[in-house]
Every structure is written in structure tokens, then in C-alpha cells.
Design a protein around this ligand. Structure first.
Ligand SMILES: NC(=O)c1ccc[n+]([C@@H]2O[C@H](COP(=O)([O-])OP(=O)(O)OC[C@H]3O[C@@H](n4cnc5c(N)ncnc54)[C@H](OP(=O)(O)O)[C@@H]3O)[C@@H](O)[C@H]2O)c1
Length: 316
């Protein structure tokens, strides 16, 4: 499988490495200029045996390399155009979160996201979204069940997520746009058919924090949700999730062999597993060749995530 990474100098360079580790050939990447492409090629070669070529013209990349998969790791506002062109070229598309973000507003954003889902369906191509915390569920249950027993129902959902500000200032709204998809993807992994009860929704965008409280209902009942995302000026960012009051902290560190792992912990237990994004990338690579394997987060789930993200933002 031949993969091209659109935007490989930030998070995209890790995507390239994860595709390589999943057995794919990274044939090329897109950068913003000849100079940036040279620097990114070097950065890629430093983390895995990269032999592909860099481009600063996407059409030329598609024509010359003919990738089976395009992985979109560009800034949010550029996801739509790149994903659309890649799908039109017959590629499977893995796209960073949020799937689409359009400065023109929510209506345009959702229309474009729906268009991508529709294009992928009509072209019979995979469309996957990079909200990797959806891979956490199975690991979470391995901590939950020995303590609480089978997870029969969800009465409450809690997610708190911090990111280091690294000297930049972002408004609470910008923080929500960036980080909101992660807790929402966990909630949707648990309750894919759920919807927010509009009258229950309370949203606070204050300083460097966005917080939302709401009731989330599906056929199995209603669950009380609280989500907070914030920028942290210094220290160790917290990522805490859970249902029914059983909360786990999520972090990462290298294992004994030096491979970066995810770590889920409670005050009493710790569980090491594969990095969630590497799991998501590997599953996407499989989904592109195996008819019975779906992306961990398909485009339809990314679209639903975006609808909830915007619903929350609009009621702030
Ligand atoms: N799932 C997650 O946990 C996670 C984590 C981090 C980021 N993300 C998402 O990943 C995306 C990228 O974030 P990032 O932090 O990697 O951003 P970044 O560091 O700013 O990287 C953006 C990338 O896009 C390329 N690019 C920008 N403008 C371009 C243009 N006009 N033409 C061609 N290439 C262009 C840049 O290439 P040059 O270097 O050549 O300019 C760079 O490789 C965002 O959507 C973000 O939300 C997700």
C-alpha cells in the first residue's frame, strides 16, 4: 500500500512513521514550499527509513506517486480541499480532527463534512478520522470490569483533557475546536446513537478552558456528561476519562524496548498498551485492503462528532 502524507512536519511525521510500522510504503508527502519540503524530508529520515519524495504541489504528488491512501495532517482549514481532491483521485483518506473546519461557519462546515462522507461512499473509498481515543475503550474495560463488574449501563460520562500551551495563547473557543473532538469521540464510541438533550446543555468558555455539561440520550437511557478541555501553562497535562464515576488517567511513555506506549492508570492499577494513534493508523491501513475491516472512526462518526462539537459551541 502506497501512502502520501499531506503535511508531514508536525503530527504528520508521526503518522508517516506509524504507516511505515503498519507495513505501508510512504511514497511522498506534501509541504508548503521547496525549503520546507527539504527540512521535512530530513526530519522523516531521522525517525524511520523514509525513501519517498516531497512535493509542494498536491496535484503533482497525486499524478506522480498515485498513492492508495492520503493522510491529511494539514491545518484544520485545509482538510476539506485536500480530502476532496484525494477522494476524487480514487484514494482512501485518513483525515486529522476536526474533520472539516470552515471559517464561514457551522453550516458550511457541516455541509462540507457531509459532502466528504458522501463522496467517499459513492467512490467506495475509506474515510477515517483521527480521534484516536476511541481506541481506549477496550483497555478501559480491562481496568473497569475487575473492580465494577460488567459495564451494563452508563449513567455518567466524564472527560477532562489538558494540553500544554507552549507559550501560545488560545481562546477557550480555539481550545474547544482543537480538543473537543477527543472527548466527544469517546462518548460516541460508547453511545454512537446518542443525542444531546438541548435544554440540559450548559457551556462555559472562560479563559483557557471550555466546559460543557449535558444529558446524552439514546435507546438505552440518559447519561449525564461533563467535559472540560483546557490549555495548561506548565506541568504535566491531565487526561482523565471514565463512566459511572470510574475514572482513569491516560498518559504515554516508552516501554522496556523503547516503544512509545499508552498508559491507563487508576490509583491502584496501571495498564500499558500500544499507542492509540498507532492503533488507529494500523486499523485504517487494514481497512483500505480488507472489505470487512472498518476504520476505527469512520467518516460518519467524524461527521456526528462535528455536529455535537458545533452544537456545544453554538450554545456557549
Ligand atoms: N489527533 C491528535 O491527537 C492531533 C494532535 C496534533 C494535531 N492534530 C491535528 O493535525 C493537524 C495538523 O496539526 P499540526 O500540529 O501537525 O500542525 P502544524 O505543525 O502546523 O503542521 C501543519 C502541516 O501542514 C503543512 N502545511 C501547512 N500549510 C500548507 C500548505 N499551504 N501547503 C502544503 N502544506 C502545508 C505544513 O507543512 P510545512 O512544514 O511544509 O509548512 C505542516 O507539515 C491539525 O488538524 C490538528 O488538529 C491532531
Amino acid at each position: 500500500m502506497d501512502v502520501a502524507i499531506a503535511g508531514a512536519s508536525g503530527i504528520g511525521k508521526h503518522h508517516a512513521k506509524w504507516f511505515h510500522q503498519a507495513g505501508a510504503r510512504v511514497v511522498g508527502f506534501l509541504g508548503s514550499s521547496e525549503e520546507r519540503v527539504a527540512a521535512t524530508s530530513e526530519a522523516l529520515r531521522a525517525i524511520f527509513p523514509f525513501t519517498g519524495r516531497g512535493y509542494w504541489d498536491f496535484d503533482r504528488l497525486l499524478e506522480v506517486e498515485r498513492p492508495n491512501v492520503v493522510d491529511v495532517c494539514l491545518p484544520n482549514g485545509a482538510h476539506y480541499d485536500c480530502a476532496k481532491r484525494a477522494l476524487a483521485h480514487g484514494c482512501h483518506v485518513l483525515c486529522e480532527k476536526p474533520m472539516v473546519w470552515d471559517p464561514a461557519g457551522a453550516e458550511q462546515t457541516l455541509a462540507r463534512a457531509r459532502e466528504l462522507v458522501d463522496l467517499a461512499r459513492r467512490a467506495d473509498r475509506r474515510l477515517g478520522i483521527c480521534t484516536q481515543y476511541a481506541a481506549l475503550l477496550e483497555h478501559y474495560l480491562r481496568l473497569y470490569q475487575p473492580v465494577r463488574g460488567p459495564l451494563d449501563g452508563i449513567e455518567s460520562f466524564y472527560a477532562e483533557m489538558e494540553t500544554l500551551a507552549r507559550g501560545r495563547f488560545r481562546s477557550a473557543e480555539e481550545i474547544w475546536v482543537d480538543m473537543g473532538p477527543h472527548p466527544l469521540s469517546l462518548l460516541l464510541a460508547w453511545k454512537p446513537g446518542g443525542a444531546i438533550e438541548p435544554s440540559s446543555l450548559v457551556v462555559e468558555l472562560r479563559g483557557s478552558e471550555a466546559r460543557a455539561r449535558f444529558d446524552f440520550s439514546d435507546a438505552s437511557g440518559t447519561c449525564r456528561c461533563e467535559i472540560a478541555v483546557r490549555d495548561l501553562s506548565a506541568g504535566q497535562p491531565l487526561r482523565r476519562f471514565g463512566v459511572n464515576g470510574f475514572l482513569v488517567d491516560c498518559s504515554g511513555r516508552p516501554d522496556a524496548d523503547g516503544t512509545y506506549c499508552s498508559v491507563l492508570s487508576t490509583p491502584d492499577q496501571e495498564l500499558l498498551g500500544a499507542d492509540f494513534m498507532s492503533l488507529l493508523v494500523a486499523q485504517f491501513a487494514r481497512s483500505a485492503v480488507e472489505p470487512d475491516t472498518l476504520p476505527l472512526v469512520p467518516g460518519e462518526a467524524g461527521l456526528r462528532n462535528l455536529e455535537l462539537q458545533l452544537q456545544i459551541l453554538q450554545s456557549a
